[in-house]
Design a protein around this ligand. Structure first.
Ligand SMILES: Nc1nc2c(ncn2[C@@H]2O[C@H](COP(=O)(O)OP(=O)(O)OP(=O)(O)O)[C@@H](O)[C@H]2O)c(=O)[nH]1
Ligand SMILES: [Mg+2]
Length: 428
């Protein structure tokens, strides 16, 4: 770097001299002075130095203009799904390596989901409708264990049914979580041969009334996209199976670490940063707090009656509100705009028809079946977390698996984000 600077300084000096001599004049009007006598090598070096100068200046301008958007929220709130939508809307199609990973994720979701259903049926003591299902289930679990290393097999469950231990606070002690989506394990579980061997058992089990009854009580374990994948087992087990956009958006893989994607939106470079939202991942968030323009905070608003994957006890929506509290009141983000995405609106509207939010949130006043009342309560509850109520807080009800919805919502917040970036540039 210092060598680069030295050559840049040398180039500047050369250019300064050059501007005052005749090197740059047309051939006929040249005079004779020492810098005209630069060798070919020196001239080439100077040209390269000018290029370096220009690229440093360009990079500096670009970094200043870059809009950094941080996606925050508890686990399974939809951050990665939102980022997938950004890739679909602004980044073009997914390429072969990404598609291979999604194929593996879809199949792993199906395998882990059937395992979770079989175990949940047992816990709930629901009867099989077909006598042979008991033996099929036992064989399925045995074969799955044989295909996967036992370590990976148990962790796969955690990703679906959520039994990962973790620390309590967003800035609490780091907790080494089991990596539920260990790439090696996924590859083993979802190879064509291994997966195809397990598909008939999965189909038989999915047809059984006992498993369907378990599915109807899915609130007691996590398996949102599972129905779709199990209804499509034949397709996803085909040797040439390539995940569709819907498969990609529904595939669940808990984010470990920090994932960044860059897009140019209306000529403005955006960097979107996605982090893992599970408790054990939150200590990593601080690594990406520098230079943030805006935070998109995602909360899964349909989870008002569900327990946290990490401890099986804490109410998911209350956890989400607590994380929001920590972020929105953090002094570090005083000049950063925060937009609240109340996500999984599709599931919220479906759920309130049969489940009352008042059972989990006794402070709720209104008609628990009325979408307006429930949505207003949710917005009010999140807003109440802010200590500085003069700071604007925009909110949107979103369905992250719906591309059109995300297109509309993102268009609405995009200009605010860009505006915020300009204000930050003016202030700095
Ligand atoms: N029905 C429905 N499903 C959604 C929606 N948003 C996300 N999902 C599904 O919810 C699951 C979790 O979504 P992710 O995007 O992985 O959640 P996340 O916030 O990235 O989770 P972590 O990486 O653990 O922090 C995936 O299977 C998604 O397909 C939504 O609006 N509606
Ligand atoms: Mg994620």
């Amino acid at each position: 770097m210092s060598g680069q600077r030295a050559s840049t300084a040398a180039a500047s000096l050369f250019l300064f001299l050059c501007r005052h001599c005749c090197c740059c004049l047309p051939r006929r009007s040249r005079c004779c002075c020492s810098c005209c006598c630069l060798s070919r090598g020196e001239m080439e070096q100077a040209r390269r130095s000018r290029q370096i100068d220009a690229s440093i200046a360009h990079e500096r301008r670009a970094t200043r203009r870059l809009v950094k958007v941080l996606l925050l929220g508890a686990g399974e709130s939809g951050k990665s799904t939102f980022l997938k939508q950004m890739r679909i809307i602004h980044g073009g199609d997914f390429q072969a390596p990404a598609l291979r990973e999604f194929r593996s994720a879809v199949r792993a979701n199906a395998l882990g989901g059937v395992r979770a259903l079989v175990e949940a049926r047992e816990r709930l003591c629901l009867p099989w409708s077909e006598s042979r299902s008991q033996a099929v289930a036992a064989r399925f679990l045995h074969e799955l264990d044989a295909v996967l290393e036992p370590r990976i097999c148990r962790q796969g469950d955690a990703a679906v049914s959520g039994r990962e231990p973790g620390s309590g606070e967003i800035c609490g002690a780091a907790c080494d979580s089991a990596d539920g989506d260990d790439a090696e394990g996924m590859a083993l579980a979802t190879t064509q041969d291994a997966f195809s061997r397990l598909v008939p058992a999965m189909q038989q089990l999915w047809r059984d009334r006992g498993i369907q009854d378990t599915w109807d009580r899915r609130r007691e374990f996590q398996a949102e996209s599972l129905k779709f994948f199990l209804d499509n087992l034949e397709r996803i087990s085909e040797p040439l199976y390539t995940p569709s956009r819907q498969d990609i958006l529904l595939a669940r893989r808990a984010t470990k670490g920090i994932v960044e994607h860059e897009f140019v939106i209306r000529g403005v470079p955006f960097r979107m940063v996605d982090v893992g939202g599970q408790r054990s991942e939150r200590h990593k968030w601080f690594q990406c707090f520098e230079g943030v323009t805006s935070i998109l905070f995602l909360a899964s608003c349909s989870e008002f009656d569900q327990a946290l994957a990490e401890d099986g006890v804490t109410n998911r929506l209350r956890e989400s509100m607590a994380v929001f509290d920590t972020i929105v009141n953090n002094r570090f983000f005083a000049g950063v705009s925060v937009v609240l995405f109340l996500n999984k609106t599709d599931l919220l509207l479906e759920k309130i028809a049969t489940v009352s939010i008042a059972e989990s949130f006794p402070e709720f006043r209104g008609d628990p079946r009325c979408p307006g009342d429930v949505q207003e309560f949710l917005v009010r509850s999140f807003r109440a977390k802010r200590r500085d109520s003069t700071k604007p807080l925009f909110h949107h009800f979103t369905t992250a698996i719906d591309t059109e919805n995300i297109k509309v919502v993102f268009n609405a917040v995009r200009d605010t984000i860009i505006q915020n970036n300009i204000q930050q540039l003016l202030l700095n």
